[in-house]
Write a protein that binds this ligand. Sequence first.
Ligand SMILES: Nc1ncnc2c1ncn2[C@@H]1O[C@H](COP(=O)(O)OP(=O)(O)OP(=O)(O)O)[C@@H](O)[C@H]1O
Ligand SMILES: [Mg+2]
Length: 322
Amino acid sequence: MLLNIQDLYVHYKSYWYIHKVLNGVWLRMMEGERVGVIGETGSGKTTLLKSILRILPQNAVIPNGMIKFKEIDMLKAGETELSMVRRREIGMIFQDPMAALNPVFKIKDQLYDVIRYKLFAEGYNPTKEELHDHAVKVLNDVKLPDYERVLESYPFQLSGGMRQRVMIAMALISAGKLLLADEPTTNIDVTIQDQILKLIDRLVKQRGLSTILVSHALGMVRQMTDRAYVLYAGDIMEEARTSELFDHPAHPYTSLLISSAPKISTREIGEGIRGKLPDYRSPPIGCRFAPRCPYAMDKCHTIKPKRTIINTDHAVTCHLYE
Ligand SMILES: Nc1ncnc2c1ncn2[C@@H]1O[C@H](COP(=O)(O)OP(=O)(O)OP(=O)(O)O)[C@@H](O)[C@H]1O
Ligand SMILES: [Mg+2]
């Protein structure tokens, strides 16, 4: 097993409140798998990815749970071990490239840093020329033309698509085993979104990486993953092979999510799901989807449903199936 997340809780503390976001999340993946995580905005997708790398914001706490990456217990690991994982095992493409790139340093310095750290971690001290050659190679891999200019630029001097490619290049340097891709195309032009996705797909295959792709773009997840998880308000509602999940969704939330996605081919625009995500300061005590669920029964409002296996690789967290 490459990654094993069990019963993960993440809370964000603010001055007055505790926002109880992740509510006992599980996720398991084998080496080489491509896993998707889908769910509405605010459901906790980024929180989940950041907890894997242990890069949650200062006000986050993990009151309970287990995250095992290979043999490493990520919630107990020390700083040295964590930085080893971040430098050479797991890379992350962030939702917002401007937040991931430092505005006051040239691309070259940021790339050199990541490369140097990775090689250091492998016990090697590269020369300036080697850093440059390595940087050129990774920019080539992500098909960035005019790399000498890119290397000498500051992030703001590049287009959104170029920044995204730089960030993918940086993520790939550290992703020896696993690539976490958080909405990798949200900030770029629709016309090049497809190119970027194909690029990621190709690089992942070339390097034999495992991936977790997080997105609310369902078409993209359907196309690029083998298995997928549905996250709603911090709870995994359903998990299945991707094709099974889309063709035979079991959880009422999954069905609504899939049928409300805009269907561009038929020019039909989805209506969305009525209601909104619960308030994380006082989330429902039963099923977190119950207030919006057309099939909610009494116990859905009072008892948290359990994960129920309904088929090979297919599990659902819903009282209708218990
Ligand atoms: N540092 C923080 N402090 C308090 N609340 C936070 C913090 N970071 C995130 N949250 C809250 O946690 C919830 C989940 O956020 P998260 O970014 O994980 O969602 P997401 O599924 O990635 O959404 P999106 O699809 O919009 O990227 C949201 O309600 C968000 O407001
Ligand atoms: Mg997010």
